[in-house]
Structures are given as C-alpha cells and as structure tokens.
Design a binder for this molecule. Sequence first.
Ligand code: ADP
Ligand code: MG
Length: 173
Amino acid sequence: MTSPIYLIGARGCGKTTVGQALATALGYAFVDTDHHLQHVTQRSVAETVAAEGWQGFRLRESESLIAVSAPSTVVATGGGMVLAERNRHFMRQSGTVVYLNAGAGTLAARLQAFPHDAQRPTLTGRPIAEEIEQVLTERDALYQQTAHHVIDASHPPEKVVQQILDALSPARA
Ligand code: ADP
Ligand code: MG
C-alpha cells in the first residue's frame, strides 16, 4: 500500500505540521499543494489571487494536486481543494483521504497565535473567527464526504499522527 495520502481540512487544522510528521513516520515524501503552486507561479497565494482571481487560483490548485500526486507521498492540500468535484474524485480514487477535523475555536486560536500562517487573504473580509465558522459550515460536508478517515485534529500533533497511523494500519498490515 504505497498510494498517496491526502490531508484535507480547513486552514490551521495542521495539514502541514501533521503531514510532515506523518511522512517521517511512514518514510514517505511530503509535499504541500500550496507550496507547489507558489513554486510554479513564483508568487504568493495572495499575489496569485490578486492577479488571476480566485477562479484562476482554483485552476492552478487542481493542476498542483495532480502534479504532486505520487506513490509513497503525503500530500497536504489547500483548504479549498475539496470545492471542486474533480479534485474530490481525483483524491478518493488515487489514494487515501484523511480529514483533519477541528472546531472553529481551535482553528481561530492557532491562526491568531501564528498570524504568519494566516497570510492567505480572507474570503469575506470579516473577523477571522467569524470567517472560519462560516467557511467550516460551508465545507465540513465536503470534507466529510471526501474523506476515507475523519481524525480529531484538536489533539497535539504527535497524537494526531498516531490516530492517522491507527486508522491506516488495517489497510497496511
Ligand atoms: P494547515 O497546513 O492545515 O493550514 P498548519 O500545519 O500550518 O495548518 O498549522 C497552523 C498552525 O497551527 C501552526 O502554527 C501550527 O504550528 C499549529 N498547529 C498545527 N497542528 C497543531 C496541533 N495539532 N496542535 C497545536 N497546534 C497545531
Ligand atoms: Mg499548510
């Protein structure tokens, strides 16, 4: 079982942090679709959105997903990756999809503690806690329906990694 593992969930749920640790634990490579996109465009996410709009950004995001997908790889995805049906389908059929599920309060606290990680432009222009609540309301069902495994991501990173390994182990034993 070496098909890719896709981590999905809202900004701040720990896709990058947990993904790197998970990759180390499994001896897998780690890639982040946002980093790939920034490398291709040589622009920050904010600059791409400013230049090409959210629609242009979403197109590039789909291309990045396909480009980084590889065996024995943990793929951290952008928070909006599940919005496009083709991305949901691609992830489900090419690998194992793990939803890092955390409540709006947890996400807001993390992003406020590390504002650098919240560099993406806001979707609504509203305060971050309100925006996270709204985005989660809109996307939770998509995260749930895309995931093979839903993991409680409010625990410390090591525990989240262990929960993922436990969820994956029946298929990998
Ligand atoms: P994502 O890639 O999903 O946007 P990150 O991995 O960048 O999330 O994490 C966002 C912030 O929250 C970072 O500052 C990170 O250190 C912190 N963080 C991530 N996962 C956890 C966790 N399980 N417990 C506590 N803090 C976390
Ligand atoms: Mg990330």
